[in-house]
Design a protein around this ligand. Structure first.
Ligand code: SF4
Ligand code: SF4
Length: 449
């Protein structure tokens, strides 16, 4: 992973043309130069030239970026602004240290195989005391003042049973729970050796702790498509939240742990239904581990070559067909079969995937109606939504209005983070559009068959 000083050439590519200002969502809300991509590049340049230091103002500007990559796509000189900003955050974390709470959570909880699930389990037991349900939205509002959780925020409830816990139980009950596989923390869904296509499923934190039904939907669809899926139970967070906060050490440690978890098995592909995790597994792991020696470099390249987003895996590799999956589903019923699609930034710009999810919508039997700006950022930006909630929702507002203007009853996307953010934004505007993961459209069809 390059440090800020190694990116001076990249920074010098910027000719200050300002093209990126028109697409930068933070500039769109604040309308001041330091909030724009160009402004942030200029600040990093000034820092490297020792004209400014790591002031509070500099730190604030580096943190006010949702890592949407829109600037990079629009830039005529291909300046990689998001990576410059990430390197600046890593510099800040190294020189100034992270706030105690953040570094405690990243070092001791996120990075721990045992503590992370234990803390999330404790939180899921406690959530009824701290939050009240918003039944029509299947979300939660806080009951009283809580740090970092605004009064209006629609909080997604933690699942009663996490996705990986469910897989553990399946393994224990099923015929595939041989001691050896348990020892290796593997959870085969069908006899693994029997299938010509062997796939490892990476859940990611949001699917594991909050939206396990999406993970189950993915397994169902993959199985229906003829693949055999394994869910390594010792998989960890992808580390992208840590990287986004500048904690490169934790992100590296998590990348290594995930590499080891999936290397236990001979896999044709590794897939995920989270756009951010997928971008991390495909691209960031290689960058993070690039200075760990030749052996690690080869291992991480072999790992990354196998990674496919679930939509590209289903459409390009497993080549699912309409005949197998096209049924009128429970959620895509005869009265409301219009689905609009939101492109997650880390899928569209991070992985260059736009067609696969749209093909899946068509295969499901739904009618796709495009919104005006499907690839405009939803404003989540990883932990940006936690630390800058109002700002994040101000970015989201145009997304919610765009969805509303389509008249669609369902908005589908391919990232659990975007789903949570879009749901919150729609709730703020009192819009009842249902929010789903595209794979749910197929899984729901399978359930009905
Ligand atoms: S579009 Fe590229 S070259 Fe132009 S100001 Fe933005 S970063 Fe610099
Ligand atoms: S990544 Fe997005 S939010 Fe960040 S500077 Fe670029 S356009 Fe703006």
């Amino acid at each position: 992973m390059k440090i800020l000083e190694q990116l001076s050439q990249e920074i010098n590519k910027c000719v200050l043309c300002g093209t990126c200002r028109s697409v930068c969502p933070t500039f769109g809300v604040i309308n001041r130069e330091p909030a724009s991509a160009r402004g942030k590049v200029a600040l990093c340049s000034a820092f490297l030239n020792k004209e400014i230091g790591l002031s509070d103002g500099f730190i604030k500007q580096m943190n006010e970026c949702v890592q949407c990559m829109a600037c990079m796509t629009a830039c005529p000189n291909d300046v990689n602004v998001p990576d410059i900003i990430l390197a600046a955050r890593a510099k800040i974390a190294k020189e100034k240290g992270l706030p105690f709470a953040k570094s405690f959570i990243l070092d001791n909880i996120l990075n721990s195989e045992r503590l992370m699930p234990a803390v999330m389990k404790f939180a899921s037991k406690l959530q009824g005391l701290l939050f009240k349900g918003v039944p029509e939205e299947s979300g939660l509002h806080r009951r009283f003042h809580l740090p970092l959780i605004g009064e209006k925020r629609l909080v997604p409830p933690l699942a009663e049973r996490f996705f990986l816990e469910g897989r553990k139980l399946t393994e224990a009950k099923g015929g595939n729970g041989e001691a050896e596989k348990r020892r290796k923390n593997l959870s085969p869904i069908r006899p693994f050796a029997d299938s010509p296509i062997r796939i490892g499923f990476f859940a990611g934190c949001l699917i594991n702790y909050m939206l396990p039904h999406i993970g189950e939907a993915c397994l169902k669809v993959l199985e229906k498509a003829g693949a055999s899926v394994i869910v390594p139970l010792n998989q960890h967070c992808c580390g992208m939240p840590a990287l986004g906060m500048g904690d490169v050490k934790t992100a590296k440690s998590l990348a290594i742990k995930n590499l080891e978890a999936f290397e236990q098995y001979e896999l044709d592909y590794i897939t995920t239904a989270c756009a951010t995790c997928g971008d991390g597994l495909k691209r960031r792991f290689k960058e993070l581990l690039s200075d760990e020696g030749e052996d690690v470099r080869k291992r991480v390249e072999s790992f990354a070559d196998k990674v496919r987003d679930i939509t590209e895996l289903l459409v390009n590799e497993l080549r699912i067909q309409n005949s197998e999956f096209n049924r009128k589903s429970k959620i895509v019923n005869s009265k409301s079969e219009i689905v609009t699609y939101h492109d997650p930034c880390h899928l569209r710009r991070g992985q260059d995937i736009a067609d696969g999810p749209r093909e899946i919508i068509e295969i499901s039997g739904a009618k796709l109606k495009e919104m005006r700006h499907p690839c405009r950022c939803c404003g989540l930006g990883g932990t940006f939504n936690i630390t800058n909630y109002d700002f994040s929702m101000a970015i989201n507002r145009s997304k919610a209005e765009d969805i509303k203007s389509t008249g669609a009853d369902i908005v589908a996307t391919a990232c659990p983070g975007c789903m949570i953010q879009i749901k919150d934004g729609l709730h703020h505007l009192g819009i009842n559009t249902k929010v789903v993961h595209v794979v749910e459209l197929l899984a729901d069809n399978i359930i009905k068959q």
